[in-house]
Ligand binder design. Structure first.
Ligand SMILES: *Cc1c(COP(=O)(O)O)cnc(C)c1O
Length: 424
């Protein structure tokens, strides 16, 4: 039995988005500021804008995205990496400021810290792939000068948010949430991203929204919002064309001369492709959840597989599954990856020198290899497997069977070898 579906197939764009993108190309109005409308406090009703068609797609998207998540302000940019970078600058990170972040995350996160001039201080993850609170407390005590923290919800695994917020508040640490992979996830029934001062999202193809590339900064902080709008590349009086913005022109005029523009703007084609995906998000998350829960159900009782156990308050929106292989040698893990691949199941191990999610590959971010023994140990046998909506529930069953069979073969062979050795 072989698995025939494509693990790389992303979610398609709704027809409305395709048609709107074509319309924009016909008029050539792809630049977000190529629309004349300016907005003031009394304009906060989007239905009027649709009638007049005077707002750009990006402006409308920012408004819709901020309302969906329950944030006052949103800035659409070209990636989540850009969003994180802007968030750090808005938070006030200066040259050589230390920034706490996960030892287990994607390379875009430490990259954003380095680009903002900061120095990442990595915190260990635990066997649930989330921040280890004890190590966080320890690192805060050891680095009393560090005042910023990008908490990355890596692969949509949500940490103990209430405790993290309390720890940060007590230590005066500015918390930024990397929600690139947690759009649609809930904490205590509310959207994830509300514990920090700023949250950043992605619409890169393998996240919940797909526009190829794209990102967002959301916040309720007036000054941070104004900084991000300006920093993304908004000049002169163009801020007036934003709708999900602080309607405080003075704050923009005051900040403007102090903020270098980085040209990280989103364009209207990207926004047109994203907009019709927003009101389909909850349904999409449910479809992913159905597949994820089925796969978990089939794998959780398997010997030598450990499935993470998320915090109680967390309701995940996973588009991939992670699990740890227990009591296997490195060689056996390699064999597992190879033999599942032969049968069409593409599994990656995080802790490998060809994986961008392994801290040892982030040499640009440190002069001395960080001491992250626990993280290293966990991710050295952590499997990563994408779930695509093109997989049917039967496909999920096939996938689970292949994983189980390959693993069983490896374990059985090892047992037989042991027997042979003991007989000799
Ligand atoms: C994808 C991802 C990013 C980067 O997002 P881009 O939009 O590709 O820049 C950052 N953090 C995490 C956890 C991600 O999964």
């Amino acid at each position: 039995m072989k698995f025939a579906k494509d693990f790389k197939s992303p979610d398609p764009v709704p027809q409305e988005g395709i048609e709107q993108a074509i319309k924009l190309m016909q008029t050539g109005r792809m630049y977000r500021y190529n629309f004349n409308a300016e907005f003031h406090e009394e304009d906060a009703d989007l239905s009027l804008l649709d009638d007049r068609e005077i707002a750009s797609e990006v402006t409308k998207l920012e408004y819709e995205f901020s309302r969906y998540l329950g944030y006052k302000y949103a800035v659409a940019v070209n990636s989540c990496g850009s969003a994180l970078f802007l968030a750090l600058k808005a938070a006030g990170v200066q040259h050589e400021d230390k920034v706490f972040t996960n030892g287990f995350t994607f390379t875009a996160v430490p990259s954003s810290i380095v680009h903002a001039g900061g120095i990442p201080v990595y915190v260990e993850c635990n066997s649930n792939y989330i921040i280890d609170l004890e190590d966080l407390r320890h690192k805060i005590a050891a680095n009393p000068d560090a005042k910023y923290f990008i908490l990355s919800h890596m692969r949509g695994h949500i940490a103990e948010m209430d405790e993290i917020k309390a720890i940060c508040d007590e230590a005066g640490i500015y918390l930024i949430e990397d929600c690139a992979h947690s759009l649609g996830a809930k904490w205590d029934g509310k959207h994830v991203g509300h514990h920090g001062k700023i949250a950043c999202f992605s619409s890169q193809s393998y996240k919940m929204l797909n526009s190829g590339e794209g990102g967002f900064v959301v916040t309720n902080d007036e000054k941070a919002a104004a900084y991000c709008i300006l920093g993304a590349g908004c000049y002169e009086k163009l801020y007036k064309k934003h709708l999900a913005r602080p309607f405080n022109d003075e704050i923009f005029e005051e900040l403007k001369p102090t903020v270098p523009g980085f040209s990280l703007r989103m364009n209207n084609l990207t926004a047109a492709v994203i907009r019709p995906q927003i009101n389909k998000l909850e349904a999409k998350v449910a479809q992913y959840r159905k597949r994820y829960d089925r796969l978990i159900g089939l794998l959780e009782s398997v010997d030598r597989i450990r499935i993470p156990n998320p915090p109680q308050k967390c309701d995940r929106a996973p588009s991939s599954i992670q699990f740890n292989l227990l009591n296997l040698s490195t060689k056996q893990v390699e064999r597992f990856v190879k033999e599942t691949a032969v049968r069409g199941v593409k599994i990656a191990i995080f802790g490998r020198l060809d994986n961008a999610r392994y801290f040892k590959n982030w040499r640009y971010s440190f002069t001395e290899m960080p001491d992250l023994k626990q993280t290293d140990e966990i991710i050295s046998c952590a499997c990563d497997l994408r779930i695509s909506l093109s997989f049917s529930l039967e496909d999920i069953d096939t996938l689970a069977s292949i994983v189980k069979e390959v693993l069983q073969n490896i374990v059985d062979e090892a047992e037989q070898e042991k027997l042979l050795v003991s007989k000799v």
